[in-house]
Design a protein around this ligand. Sequence first.
Ligand code: 5GP
Length: 191
Amino acid sequence: MNQLEKMVLAHGEALSSEVLKVDSFLNQQVNLEFMKEAGQLFYDYFKDKPINKIITIESSGIAPALMTSYALDVPLVIAKKKQGINMSGESYQSEVYSFTKQTSYHLTVSKEFLSSNDHVLIIDDFLANGQAAMGAIDVCQQAGATIEGIGIVIEKSFQKGREMLDQKGFDVHSLVRVESLANHQIVLKGE
Ligand code: 5GP
């Protein structure tokens, strides 16, 4: 069992059979040891791929993605959920339905920061039904970038996302795979 799995078991909370709360180390308070380990484990898995850029989705993907960009020594691009007034110029956009917020948003990346020369690693905090990952994939594909892989900190393997990304042929690597949250119990895959 890796350190991240231990942390999820010790400090995660199964709010329901579908939602895992990890506010104390990932979504609100950020645990540096957890993030360092996430960066190292993604580095170990993806280091031999020709990755020149990491893409993540604000806000909870940023911490693990930054540690990974540091380990791989490549820049990090943050896909925005809201287009601010400081974002000028043309952008790639994709509509995403949010599992936690139950609403849709437009994922936006400025064309300045993504092109057909890029070999991208997508990093996110959670994989549930795969909508956020599909949005990130969509903006990369609009740019003509090559997707080298998808790194997920916590995958809820009982939801549809993992199977869908596997079927599409993506190289998905999840650091923690949750098999079930039934009865407020966190059960990891392979436990
Ligand atoms: P998906 O698009 O794969 O359905 O959901 C992924 C996004 O929803 C993640 O970026 C994450 O922010 C959020 N999310 C999905 N499930 C959970 C969960 O159980 N707990 C938390 N904290 N966030 C989740």
